[in-house]
Design a protein around this ligand. Structure first.
Ligand code: ZN
Length: 220
């Protein structure tokens, strides 16, 4: 059986991907990796570690403070407040330039070292809000690049690529883990697990998606 490595931050999206991977590859073949880049809501990594411990999944946190040194923003700097609304036509100030590019490259190096070719990430083009390294075309391009860089047949899986937030909840529900995702993950920019602060952009999207899905479910 093939082995898979999940890039797991402890948020709703990557946690749903963890369970997608468990369903597809089998629990014994799944491991996960997270990155500590000095994010202000470091509690999310603890959420990820707790979820993996509950499932008996190996989880390794890789320190990548270099990202914070290269580019400071409101996710990594206490003195830059998180904007409640994003400026027109610009990415929100929680955006970390090139983050997914770096994380997936680090993940690929780690994966090959551990004999793993399948990498799972929760990036999503549907919620694309100016994050160019979340786009499908970028992931496909990086997949080719990584294969050439390391002479290895990586397959980058993006189960959420074309889902909106309500469909991500639906996927969690189908996988039978909606309750776990609802209670144990941390998406909130203000670092509050589960339901979150309720008013930051991440909480707003998460809540709206949840309500949309619940409404759809009730009407079936
Ligand atoms: Zn929040």
């Amino acid at each position: 059986m093939k082995k898979a490595l999940v890039v797991l931050s402890g948020g709703q999206d990557s946690t749903t991907c963890l369970y997608w991977a468990i369903d597809k590859f089998g629990k014994d073949n799944v491991s996960a990796i997270g990155f500590d880049y000095g994010q202000r809501h470091k509690k999310e990594l603890q959420c990820a570690a707790d979820i993996c411990a509950d499932e008996g999944i190996g989880y390794e946190i890789i320190p990548t403070p270099v990202i914070n040194q290269l580019a400071a923003n409101s996710l990594t700097r206490e003195d830059i407040p998180v904007e409640e609304t994003k400026p027109e036509g610009a990415p929100p100030n929680t955006f970390v330039e090139g983050r997914n590019h770096l994380f997936l490259s680090y993940a690929a190096i780690y994966a090959k070292t551990h004999g793993i070719a399948d990498i799972v990430t929760g990036v999503c083009e549907t919620d694309f809000s100016g994050y160019p390294d979340c786009r499908d075309i970028f992931i496909k391009s990086l997949n080719v690049t990584l294969n050439l860089a390391m002479e290895y047949n990586f397959v980058i899986h993006t189960p959420l690529m074309w889902l909106d937030k309500s469909q991500t909840w639906e996927l969690a529900d189908k996988l039978g883990v909606m309750d776990i995702v609802y209670k144990k993950t941390l998406t909130c920019y203000n670092g509050i697990a589960g339901e979150g602060c309720g008013h930051c952009p991440a909480c707003f999207l998460r809540k709206r998606g949840y309500e949309e899905y619940m409404e759809r479910k009730e009407n079936v």
